[in-house]
Design a protein around this ligand. Structure first.
Ligand code: FMN
Length: 182
C-alpha cells in the first residue's frame, strides 16, 4: 500500500553526506510507489521548544510559536512514516533536528496523544564503529518505545567526514533498499 513518507533533514550541508543518504532513501521509496515529503530544516526558521505546555489550543497552529514548524505540522500529521535524517553531532542528532522533534510535541498536545508512526533513522558520521553509533541508537530506541513508534530501520554511513566522502558507500544501497521496503 502506498505510504506518505516525511523526511526531516537535520543537516546544514545542502549537498553533504546526509543529503546523499536522503536522496537514495527517497529514490527507493518513490520507486516503490510511496509519496515523499521532505523538509530541509536548515532553510526553515525553527525556534526551540519553550516548554510552556501551552500548545494545542488551535489545531491549525498547534504550537504557541509561529514559525517554520507550521509548514511541517500538516505533513507530520499526514505521514505514515517519518525519517529522521541527521549528521551525528557529539553522539546525538543535530540541533536543527532536535529542535524540530521537540516542537512536534505540540501535535501531541493538540491531537490528544502522540500520533502512531513508523520511523527510520538516516545518519552520517565520521566514526565507523557500532560503539560510535550506540548513544544515538539507545536514544532513538527509547524514543520509539516511549512514543509507541515502530522502528523500520536505521542506516548509518560511518567513516564520512567531508562533503562527498559518502560516494560509493554501502549505506547508500541500504538507504535505497530501506526506502523501497516500506
Ligand atoms: C559539530 C560537529 C560534531 C560532530 N560530532 C561527531 C560525533 O560525535 N561523532 C562522529 O562520528 N562524527 C561527528 N561529526 C562528523 C559528522 O557527523 C560528519 O562530518 C558527517 O558526515 C556530516 O554529515 P553532513 O555531510 O550531512 O553534514 C561531527 C561534525 C560536526 C560539525
Amino acid at each position: 500500500m502506498p505510504k506518505t513518507i516525511l523526511i526531516l533533514n537535520g543537516s546544514p550541508r545542502p549537498n553533504g553526506n546526509t543529503a546523499a543518504l536522503i536522496d537514495a532513501f527517497a529514490e527507493g521509496a518513490r520507486a516503490a510507489g510511496h509519496t515523499v515529503l521532505r523538509h530541509d530544516l536548515r532553510a526553515l526558521e525553527i525556534h526551540p521548544c519553550l516548554g510552556c505546555l501551552g500548545g494545542g489550543k488551535d489545531p491549525a497552529h498547534p504550537c504557541v510559536q509561529r514559525d517554520g514548524m507550521d509548514r511541517i505540522y500538516p505533513d507530520y500529521r499526514a505521514a505514515d512514516v517519518v525519517a529522521f535524517a541527521s549528521p551525528m553531532y557529539y553522539w546525538a542528532v543535530s540541533g536543527q533536528l532536535k529542535c524540530a522533534l521537540d516542537r512536534l510535541f505540540a501535535v501531541t498536545e493538540s491531537d490528544g496523544g502522540t500520533p502512531r508512526k513508523e520511523t527510520v533513522v538516516l545518519m552520517a558520521a565520521e566514526g565507523d564503529t557500532p560503539e560510535n553509533y550506540a548513544p544515538v541508537r539507545q536514544w532513538y530506541e527509547a524514543l520509539c518505545a516511549e512514543l509507541s513508534w515502530t522502528d523500520r530501520g536505521q542506516v548509518v554511513a560511518g567513516g564520512v567526514l567531508k562533503v562527498g566522502d559518502i560516494a560509493g558507500h554501502p549505506a547508500l544501497a541500504k538507504a535505497r533498499a530501506l526506502g523501497a521496503s516500506l
